[in-house]
Design a protein. Structure first.
Length: 138
């Protein structure tokens, strides 16, 4: 792989974004995963979401992403819901500056079960609608 790569995952909560990121890390162990969820996850792996800290969580995620670009990491995954362009424009703009190829992946929830963060159905519906409205297929 010559050109460095950013995978920009997009999907409703519970669509498999974390599973995808971990799968890529198995193929490319030096992959950097940038996720706002990390801010809410302690060292023991316990997730404790606090909506009051969401802006800070995304700032930490963006900073980690930019540092990975500066360090010329070969594979970077932005692992957030990224339901609309406002949420992911920063990553695309920065990747372009650093000459990274961006692959945007919309992950579908084609499995049974519930999202691990217990996001309510009305929020999932809003996430879904935002993704549909922001798709750029051609």
């Amino acid at each position: 792989m010559n050109q460095p790569l950013v995978y920009l995952t997009r999907g409703v909560s519970g669509s498999g974004k974390n599973f995808f990121a971990e799968s890529i890390k198995q193929l490319y162990p030096n992959t950097i995963v940038c996720s706002a969820d990390d801010y809410f996850t302690n060292k023991e792996g316990v997730y404790n979401f606090n909506p009051a800290n969401l802006d800070e969580a995304h700032n930490v995620c963006r900073n980690k992403f930019e540092q990975a670009l500066i360090e010329n990491q070969k594979v970077i995954i932005v692992n957030n819901t990224n339901v609309n362009e406002k949420q992911f424009a920063f990553y695309i703009d920065k990747a372009e500056i650093y000459k990274y190829k961006v692959i945007s992946l919309v992950l579908e929830r084609r499995h049974e079960g519930w999202n691990t963060h217990n996001v309510p159905p009305e929020t999932l519906e809003r996430q879904k609608n935002s993704i549909i409205e922001s798709l750029k297929l051609i």
